[in-house]
Write a protein that binds this ligand. Sequence first.
Ligand code: HEC
Length: 207
Amino acid sequence: MNQMLNTKVKNILKMKYSQHLIIMILFLVALTSCNENKNNPGYAYMGKHDMYYTKFYKAYTPNPIFKDSMTNQLPVEGAVPRGHMPFPFATKSISDRAVNQTLAGMQLINPVVYDETSIAKGKELYNTYCKVCHGSKADGNGHLYTSGLFPAKPASLIGSYVQNKPDGEIYYVITAGSISGLMGPHGTQVASNERWKIINYLRSLAK
Ligand code: HEC
């Protein structure tokens, strides 16, 4: 009787012991499967690597596949970013600008509706990009000029000289700068539809 009880107790203890052992092992596996190096995936048990870990070249590393050995390739000639319309007029030289400013005035049509929203946005953009030179009243008395930092008087944008120009001409000036080059081009800073909004704002000042 005593003997039987003894083996029973022993068996129970054995079971407890093996349960503990399993829990300990699981705990150790969990512990060792963590890895300090986040770039290292550790052991991979499935997949023959290529599909899991794509081979690629980093942007600025040499590349044996391309002729010029560079991973970063230039876009092919004539490529344009999606949604971008190339500016169809030459802008480089004074003579380019003298001819094309007038041409743009005849050919370009303002696609942005003249309404309160576009005028309000135009004002915001004007204050950011034009006010320093052309002034808060757009009369040419901006801070850069009145403080003597800028040598030439910017044109008044509310006077008849500019107001009589068609929208396309003003658009050209914002994009390419003035004919003389005294005012620099703003085409890279101000997006196309933003230029039209600035023009809407300028029109609102004259009305
Ligand atoms: C760095 C100063 C400066 C900034 C910034 C500037 N302008 Fe000018 N702008 C001038 C000057 C100076 C002239 C006169 C240029 C000339 O006679 O060649 C001028 C001329 C103009 C003209 C008349 C061009 C012509 O045919 O005679 C327009 C229109 C104009 N600016 C619009 C703008 C608008 C819109 C912005 C903002 C997107 C702007 N400018 C930003 C300095 C500036």
